[in-house]
Design a protein around this ligand. Structure first.
Ligand code: HEC
Ligand code: HEC
Length: 334
């Protein structure tokens, strides 16, 4: 906080000094000094003033509050809920654990994914030893489905646009599981962005806050609609495009772009689909290549192990039925 205020004051001081130098140069009688000096100092004035303004806009964005109501619910924590929640929690492990495995004890997100030095940024420890122990069940459900911190600010990066589709039952199951994990490690440090982070948030907007989520129930199990439900909460769209039509490399930091599922899965049999998720083997031979993260951990480029761990056989089959029925779309697109 103090560091950020000092950095902003330094930017302000630079802008003032450069503006003063511009004026000095402009009033000089020597032609070279006048033109060269004024242009150079003028440019530096504009750059430092623009940086200051963008940083202020960034801090404003990061501090914005969302008045979404907090659900008033006390999760029962039945053993069925805990088991279902543990299954679904595998979706969270890539981000909320340094080795991408349960328990969700949190990790230094900047180090794990090699982000620029934007400040202190952890995916918090979600076990009872961590940061959400004094949050109400409703606050945790709001964080998951609406991407909002207990204090009302937007969480960053949390894929709440996927989780807003989670049914009330599934969201409660996740909370039941989080509360019943063994406490692992202590609270991760509170997140705070520095000036670089504030500038960065103008380039890549990672805020995830969603409009309030009302009651959600899952479609009947085994139907294509249920398959679509799982596809939505697992976030296949994040990498395979909004319409699953495939994505191209954008050069921006983010997950690896995946190919066009609307053209690929309709050509697969259910067996081939199940084999892919059980073993990572593609029907034409070959397996999914590995991705090495900056923190040294490796995982498949297509996170099939994570998808497999967070679904039952019946759910995977419903996902197949849904994807198999999609009309082919031209792709990939940006
Ligand atoms: C793509 C990465 C990613 C995934 C997947 C993800 N999270 Fe997060 N989550 C984060 C990050 C990063 C933060 C911290 C955001 C911040 O402080 O702005 C966070 C914050 C949270 C918080 C708020 C905790 C706190 O103390 O501030 C909760 C609760 C949470 N996540 C639950 C979950 C659950 C449950 C899942 C799985 C269903 C999940 N997350 C999946 C990245 C992720
Ligand atoms: C983190 C990004 C990411 C997510 C999330 C993701 N995929 Fe993928 N997927 C990929 C990438 C990248 C590939 C290509 C892998 C490679 O490099 O060969 C791929 C490949 C595939 C393939 C094989 C296609 C082929 O012929 O190569 C299928 C099928 C598939 N994904 C289905 C899914 C489904 C279903 C989901 C959601 C449950 C999903 N993916 C979620 C990134 C992702």
């Amino acid at each position: 906080m103090l560091g950020n205020i000092i950095s902003l004051l330094v930017l302000l001081a630079l802008a003032v000094v450069f503006a003063w130098l511009t004026r000095r140069a402009w009033t000089s009688r020597r032609g070279l000094v006048k033109w060269f000096g004024a242009v150079l100092a003028g440019l530096l004035t504009v750059i430092s003033a623009a940086t200051l303004v963008l940083a202020l806009v960034g801090f404003y964005k990061l501090g914005q509050r969302h008045p979404n109501p907090i659900p008033t619910i006390q999760v029962a924590r039945t053993s069925a809920q805990v088991a279902r929640g543990e299954q679904l929690a595998h979706i969270c492990a890539n981000c909320h654990a340094s080795n991408s495995q349960l328990p969700l004890s949190g990790t230094d997100f900047v180090a794990k994914f090699g982000l620029p030095p934007i400040g202190t940024f952890y995916s918090p420890n979600l076990t009872p030893g961590g940061t959400i122990d004094d949050w109400s069940d409703g606050e945790v459900i709001r964080a998951i489905r609406e991407g909002i911190h207990k204090d009302g600010r937007s969480l960053l990066i949390m894929p709440a646009e996927n989780y807003r589709h989670l049914s009330d039952d599934d969201a409660q199951s996740i909370v039941a599981y989080l509360r019943s994990q063994p406490p692992t490690g202590g609270p991760t440090p509170p997140n705070s962005f520095n000036v670089l982070g504030a500038l960065f948030i103008n380039l890549v907007d990672w805020r995830t806050a969603q409009p309030p989520v009302r009651q959600v129930s899952a479609p009947p199990p085994g139907t294509p609609a249920y398959g679509k439900y799982m596809v939505n909460i697992l976030g296949c769209q994040d990498c395979h495009g909004a319409q699953l039509q495939g994505k191209l490399e954008t050069g921006q930091p983010g997950p690896p772009p995946g190919p066009n599922l609307t053209q690929i899965v309709p050509q697969w049999t259910e067996d081939q689909f199940m084999t892919f998720f059980n073993t990572g083997k593609l029907p034409g031979g070959g397996t999914v290549p590995l991705l090495t993260l900056p923190n040294g951990s490796t995982g498949p480029r297509m996170p099939w192990t994570e998808v497999r761990a967070s679904t039952t056989d019946d759910e995977l089959k419903a996902m197949y039925t849904y994807l198999h029925s999609l009309p082919p779309i031209e792709g990939p697109a940006q």
